[in-house]
Structures are given as C-alpha cells and as structure tokens.
Design a binder for this molecule. Structure first.
Ligand SMILES: [Zn+2]
Length: 68
C-alpha cells in the first residue's frame, strides 16, 4: 500500500466531497483499489488510526504536533 499526491477526483471519506490531494493505493486489489482522500480527512484518519493502534502513547502525541 502506498499514498500518492493526486489533484483529480473527490474525497471519498463520508460526506466530505472535497477535491482530493492524496490517493491511497492498494497493491494487488481489484475494482476498488484506490481511496481518494483529502488532506483534512487523511489527518483525521491518521489520528483515528494512531489512537486505535497505540492508545495514549507518547509517540502519538509527538506525531500529532508535527502534523499541525
Ligand atoms: Zn475529505
């Protein structure tokens, strides 16, 4: 899986619908092999994932400060 910059399309996260600037590409995937996601949603996704994977760790807090 990798993330690339992309200017076309619309963000697919919920009701967002903003112009995308990132695409998450899945390796060896079928029809739905790409997820369009804008900068705002990718940061939200990152936050959610970091909280889910490493709850309340010092590392997470450090990374959040770098993103802002
Ligand atoms: Zn979005």
């Amino acid at each position: 899986m990798r993330i690339e910059k992309e200017e076309k399309g619309r963000c697919e996260m919920g009701q967002c619908g903003k112009r995308v600037s990132n695409i998450i590409r899945m390796d060896r995937a079928g029809v739905k092999s790409r997820i369009y996601i804008c900068d705002e949603c990718i940061k939200k996704l990152y936050k959610v994932l970091s909280e889910y994977l490493i709850p309340k760790s010092i590392e997470t807090i450090k990374k959040e400060k770098i993103l802002r």
